[in-house]
Design a protein. Structure first.
Length: 199
């Protein structure tokens, strides 16, 4: 049994082993490390946490790594990918099987709150006025997260870890993805790529 912590809830999760789960199992392969990192977000006005996966060879190499920014779904928080999503074990297994290159994975907290935006503003999904208010509120939250990602999270990662940045003649070396849980993470990933072509 596992406990899933989210922004507004705590859930018990029961895992039932079955065929096809080897890709996320804790196999006898070299393991990377998942670190909890705190940074000050002036955009959101608070200290925020993110989880960062470093590959098995990170501490023994001087290599610079490509980086994936993996965004959680709305209502989840930054620990969900590494706990329930088993991102570290999945990457360890893919790297060991040579199905993925060694890479860094940054898992920021994609759930944000802003002064003046309340849950009640997003509750009405039926009336035209309520839908319009909900969409406008979500857009502000998404834009705040994208701004935090581009001006705080990515610069922090590039300053403190050996990662390839988006410069150079070979093109982009960063990627943003978010698919776990609901459409919120995918929307944030899409808005990030749309607004900043070479993330």
């Amino acid at each position: 049994m596992q406990i899933k912590t989210a922004v507004a809830s705590i859930d018990n999760i029961v895992e039932v082993p079955g065929p096809g789960e080897e890709f996320e199992a804790m196999n006898p392969v070299p393991h990377g490390e998942i670190r909890q990192v705190y940074y000050q977000s002036t955009i959101l006005g608070e200290t925020r946490r993110m989880h960062i996966y470093t590959p098995p060879d990170y501490n023994t190499s001087q290599e610079k790594y490509p980086v994936l920014y993996l965004i959680n779904g709305g209502g989840d928080e930054d620990s969900c990918w590494s706990s329930l999503g088993r991102a570290g074990f999945i990457l360890d297994n893919l790297i060991a099987a040579k199905k993925a290159k060694s890479m860094m994975v940054v898992m920021p907290n994609g759930t944000v709150s802003l002064p003046g935006i309340t849950p009640a503003m997003m509750a009405d999904r039926v009336t035209p006025k309520g839908i319009k208010l909900r969409v406008a509120s979500l857009a502000k939250l998404h834009d705040a997260f994208v701004n935090d990602l581009m001006t705080k999270i990515i610069p922090y990662t590039e300053k403190n870890y050996r990662v390839l940045d988006g410069s150079g003649s070979t093109g982009c070396r960063r990627s943003v993805d978010g698919r776990r849980g609901n459409a919120a993470s995918g929307t944030r990933a899409f808005r990030t790529v749309r607004l900043h072509r070479c993330v």
